[in-house]
Structures are given as structure tokens and as C-alpha cells.
Design a protein around this ligand. Structure first.
Ligand SMILES: Nc1ncnc2c1ncn2[C@@H]1O[C@H](COP(=O)(O)OP(=O)(O)OP(=O)(O)O)[C@@H](O)[C@H]1O
Ligand SMILES: [Mg+2]
Length: 471
């Protein structure tokens, strides 16, 4: 059956149809459920009532002529049938398990989870491809999107806030793939300190930096814990400030009384109505923000963000995807030059120098734990290469066969400019960062000698040329 037909068929009814008959009778129960249940009535109920109603019906069917089962088995079977009829089937118990941070479905019978930073394969499997497509359709229809040959990749969100990515054949060779990221559990800085992401001195320094309105970039690879740290750091923003957050998909959970959260929107099924991060950043400037927090910069909004940070919106916090502090600077440079505003390259650098005070680099270690591996100040010589001044770093011991990581955080005296900024803001400098920076590590972050070729080409074309290309 064509993919589209499969999806259409699944969409046709609110209750899943059985694909195979399993030995324990789940398939039979599902098909009887479809026959017995009054869909119109079911739609009147709220989700909790709907589940309760279906559970009652399945219990009754089992009592009347089901296999003989113990109480526990019976409950599990009822839950499974109802989960599959209403929810996300085999994914439901995984979603219900707090210790699971990520769920990866690689086709109907290959399901993996991440727990405590490590991957495990689980026994769960979908009854077949059709059931998997049905689940996918349920997920994406809640965000008014569609998955089919013409849009084979979709980002969506579950009602509980979990982020979902779906990609289907022919782009994925292995079958339909679902990747679910649990809504990040909010950690406080104290909790992060306890699990070893940073130490007490660093926590005190970062607190002073946030309260003292230094602008910070949190950098790291995928899943390194950037959003989690950003959320924790935002807790230090004084309650009297008006905070505006801008995100692709809202994950931050700020506790202050005066927070405005803005969320970007992808185009709808007809390809209309897209609102980009950049539009929201620009709009936020007209909303009298005391602080702007951008969940992640990954495109032309970087330039708007840098400009905002340069024009009085200091104390801003943002994350960027990069593998080292140097990389973060280069990435900001590249992203800012992706903007359609024609801005000379040296001016982009000038913007970064003026805007960014501190870079916090996160890493997920071989032991699955997330750690701050470096905090660096970005010094601003007038021209030439950027200068990164290490303020703290994690010094790791050689990694043993168990892949356990041990090591310690090293601290260095704070660069003068940052020390002055904190002093003027009336913030206390933790003793670990006192002293003269004579031997403290410093290095040049080359940045790019030149822009990437494509960006140069784009930048040197006249506006008329670009306009005519667009038509
Ligand atoms: N310091 C930490 N200690 C333990 N677990 C963490 C830590 N930071 C993040 N996590 C967990 O790791 C997962 C990914 O975290 P998070 O979303 O913050 O990463 P990210 O770097 O923002 O990812 P992405 O690149 O996808 O935006 C979440 O499940 C989160 O709860
Ligand atoms: Mg993130």
C-alpha cells in the first residue's frame, strides 16, 4: 500500500485498527474495541475520561471471553490495548519512565532509549510498519503537520512537551525513524553542581556574571546540556527584570514573575505562516526587554542578537552549537554573516567583540556525563584575531577501561575587564578567581581568515542581482 494511503487510512479513524493478531489476543481486542466503541461519544470526553472509558470496555471484553490471565497480566494487556488505541502505543510506557531521556525508533522493531547518558536497546516493537506510521501520524497531526513523500522530515512536539523528529523513506533507508527528546528536566545550579557539571566556585562566578549583566554564550555539541545550563543560569536573573525568551520550540522554564516566552512557528501544510527566530528577536526589541534569552542561534538571527547585545541589551544569554570555545566564536561569525543585511566582515567581528563577554563550553564526556569543560573570557583587541582567556577548565585524568572520567576543575584569575565589570555591578568575585593573570592560559581564536566562499559570493553580489534571482 502506498505510504499516503497508509497514512490516510490511519487518519480515517480516531482508534487504531489492528494489523496483526498477536498470540495474547491484543489484536482481537483492538478490533473488537473499534467495533464496540461509539466514536462520536468518545470524542465528547476529555483524554482522561476517554482512557477510563476504553479501559472499562476492554476489561469487560476480557471478562466475557478473554484468555485466563492473572491480575497483573490482565492490567498490562488492557493498558497496552488502550495505549495503542489512544496514545502512542509501545512508546507510552517509555514516555512514562522518568529515567528515559531519549527514545529512538529505527523502524518497527528496533527501539532504543537513552538512560543516564547511555544507549540501551529495548524489547518493545511495533506490530508492523503500518502501526508505526499510524503513531507517526498521530504525533504530527497534533502540530498541524503532515508526513508524506513531499514532506518526509517533520519536527513536532508531544502534549507533554517532548520534542519529536520524524524522517521517513526514501530519505531514511531503514524505514520510518522517530527520535523523541524528553522535555529537559529543569535542574538548579545546585543540582548541576551535585552531579559534577561544575563546581561551587564556578557556580558562584556564573551567578555573579548573570547578575552583573555580562553577556554569555553557552556552547556545546548536540545534547551536551546547553539548554539545561541556560535554564539553570536564568534562575540568577533578578525577579524585577522583564525577561523575553525566544525559542524554536519552547523548552526553557523560567521561574521569575515577569517572563514573556515567544516560540517560532514552522510553515503550515500549505507552506504559509512561518515565523522565524529572527522575526521574534526583532520583535522582542520593541517589547521593552531587560534581558533577551535566545534558546539557540543557528541562522541569521545571530546578527540581530549581536546587534541587540551591542545596543544596551547586555546580560543576554544564548546557546550555540559548537565543539570548543574557539569554534563558538567562528560559528557566531559565520552565522552572523549569513544575514541578508550586507555587513562587512570586520564589522561582524566588531559586533562579536562588543557583544560577547563570556563563553561557557559544555561537553558530554565518554561516561555520558555533561560537564563544563571551559569558561573563557573573550577579550577585545581592536583588530585581528580574537583572544580567548581561560577562566576555568576541567582537567581530566586519562580515561580508564570502564570509560569513567575523573578530574578536577582548575580556576584562573579573572581577566581585568570582566573583574571591573563585576565590580561596577556590585557583584562579589569568588576568591578562586582573584589574583593576577600572569600565567593564566590565553590563546588566539583565529576566527576565519576569510568568509566561506558561498558567503563571499553572496556578499559581493549586488542587491539587484539577488532580487532578480529570487524572481
Ligand atoms: N548537567 C547535566 N547533567 C545531567 N543531565 C543533563 C545535564 N544537562 C542536560 N542533561 C540531560 O541531557 C539531555 C539534553 O539536555 P539539553 O536539552 O539541555 O541539551 P542541549 O545541549 O540543549 O541539546 P540540543 O543540542 O539538542 O539543543 C536532557 O535529557 C537533560 O535532562
Ligand atoms: Mg538545546
Amino acid at each position: 500500500m502506498a505510504l499516503r494511503d497508509r497514512i490516510e487510512r490511519a487518519r480515517g479513524s480516531g482508534v487504531a485498527k489492528p494489523e496483526v493478531v498477536e498470540r495474547d489476543g491484543a489484536g482481537m481486542l483492538r478490533s473488537r474495541l473499534v467495533e464496540e466503541v461509539d466514536l462520536a461519544e468518545l470524542l465528547q470526553l476529555n483524554p482522561t475520561q476517554r482512557r477510563a472509558r476504553l479501559e472499562r470496555i476492554v476489561h469487560r471484553m476480557l471478562r466475557e471471553d478473554g484468555p485466563v490471565l492473572g491480575d497483573e497480566q490482565r492490567r498490562a494487556l488492557v493498558r497496552r490495548v488502550v495505549d495503542e488505541a489512544l496514545g502512542l502505543g509501545v512508546l507510552e510506557p517509555l514516555l512514562g519512565d522518568e529515567s528515559v531521556t531519549e527514545i529512538m525508533v529505527n523502524g518497527p522493531d528496533d527501539v532504543w532509549i537513552e538512560r543516564a547518558g547511555r544507549l540501551e536497546r529495548v524489547d518493545s516493537a511495533f506490530a508492523g510498519e503500518e502501526q508505526l506510521y499510524q503513531t507517526i501520524d498521530r504525533i504530527v497531526s497534533t502540530v498541524n503537520r503532515r508526513v508524506d513523500e513531499s514532506s518526509p522530515m517533520v519536527d513536532a512536539r508531544l502534549p507533554g512537551g517532548e520534542r519529536v523528529n520524524v524522517i521517513i523513506p526514501p530519505l531514511s533507508l531503514k524505514g520510518p525513524i522517530i527520535t523523541i527528546r524528553r522535555f529537559p528536566k529543569p535542574y538548579t545550579i545546585d543540582q548541576l553542581t551535585e552531579v559534577g557539571t561544575l563546581d561551587r566556585d564556578l557556580a558562584a562566578l556564573l551567578e555573579a556574571c548573570v547578575r552583573g549583566r555580562l553577556s554569555m554564550v553557552i556552547s556545546g555539541g548536540t545534547g551536551a546540556g546547553k539548554t539545561t545550563l541556560l535554564n539553570a543560569l536564568s534562575g540568577f536573573i533578578p525577579g524585577r527584570e522583564r525577561i523575553i525568551t525566544v525559542e524554536d520550540s519552547a523548552e526553557l522554564q523560567l521561574q521569575q514573575p515577569h517572563v514573556i516566552s515567544l516560540e517560532a512557528r514552522p510553515a503550515n501544510v500549505e507552506g504559509r505562516g512561518e515565523v522565524r527566530i529572527r522575526d521574534l528577536v526583532r520583535n522582542s526589541l520593541r517589547m521593552r526587554p531587560d534581558r533577551i534569552i535566545v534558546g539557540e542561534v543557528r541562522g541569521p538571527e545571530t546578527l540581530d542578537m549581536l546587534q541587540a547585545m551591542n545596543t544596551g541589551h547586555d546580560g543576554s544569554l544564548v546557546t550555540v552549537h559548537a565543539n570548543s570555545a574557539e569554534d563558538a566564536v567562528v560559528r557566531l561569525e559565520t552565522l552572523a554573516s549569513m544575514s541578508d543585511v550586507m555587513i562587512p566582515f570586520e564589522a561582524v567581528r566588531q559586533q562579536i567583540r562588543g557583544a560577547v563577554h563570556v563563553i561557557v563550553q559544555l561537553e558530554r564526556g565518554p561516561d555520558g556525563r555533561r560537564r563544563i569543560v571551559e569558561v573563557a573570557g573573550l577579550a577585545s583587541p581592536r583588530r585581528g584575531a580574537f583572544k580567548l582567556q581561560t577562566i576555568a577548565r576541567f582537567q581530566s585524568e586519562p580515561i580508564g577501561p570502564e570509560r569513567e572520567v575523573s578530574g578536577r576543575f582548575e580556576h584562573y584569575p579573572l581577566p581585568d575587564a570582566l573583574r571591573r565589570a563585576l565590580m561596577f555591578a556590585g557583584e562579589h568575585l569568588p576568591a578562586a578567581f582573584e589574583g593576577k593573570r600572569e600565567d593564566a592560559p590565553e590563546r588566539e581564536a583565529e576566527g576565519q581568515e576569510t568568509l566561506p566562499a558561498a558567503a563571499v559570493a553572496a556578499a559581493t553580489r549586488s542587491r539587484a542581482e539577488r532580487d532578480s534571482e529570487g524572481s
